[in-house]
Unconditional design. Structure first.
Length: 156
């Protein structure tokens, strides 16, 4: 089933997200405040998929189709903007599902249901945990390198 998704923020994260979701058959609209970035997005996304404007402006959200949206993903580089977007989406427009990007890990505590956030994605925390999980256990290492390292041990 195709979802109607609004992505606020058309930078690298938003552009990649919009491309992935579009390829999966979802109906995606990206809201981008920077005209030069919006122009680039229009080259890569279907016609009508990019709305120029500020995602914290209710009239821009309405122009993007927020009243019919199933999901709003606020993925700008500003935590404050992401919180305003999710709050508007949930409490003003009653969007069923919201996702927010957390840029500063110190702000993660505020990204929750009381601010209209269903899922908070904390990039720094996600990366730290992925690196932590990818580290080999000490018992799996020989000579300071993982046992699975295909390179020959230079010490013979």
């Amino acid at each position: 089933m195709a979802l109607r998704v609004i992505v606020v923020g058309g930078g690298q994260v938003g552009a990649d997200l919009a491309s992935l979701l579009t390829a999966d058959g979802h109906r995606v609209t990206v809201i981008e405040v920077r005209d030069d970035v919006a122009r680039l997005l229009r080259r890569d996304l279907p016609d009508g998929a990019v709305v120029s404007g500020n995602g914290t402006d209710p009239t821009v959200l309405e122009a993007a189709g927020i009243r019919e949206a199933d999901v709003v993903a606020a993925v700008t580089g500003a935590d404050e903007t992401n919180l305003v977007v999710t709050s508007l989406a949930r409490f003003e427009f009653h969007v069923p599902y919201t996702i927010a990007r957390v840029n500063n890990p110190k702000n993660a505590w505020i990204f929750g249901p009381t601010m209209g956030v269903d899922v908070a994605l904390n990039q720094a925390d996600l990366m730290a945990h992925l690196v932590q999980e990818s580290l080999p256990a000490k018992s799996a290492m020989r000579g300071g390198r993982p046992e699975t390292d295909p390179r020959p041990d230079p010490r013979g």
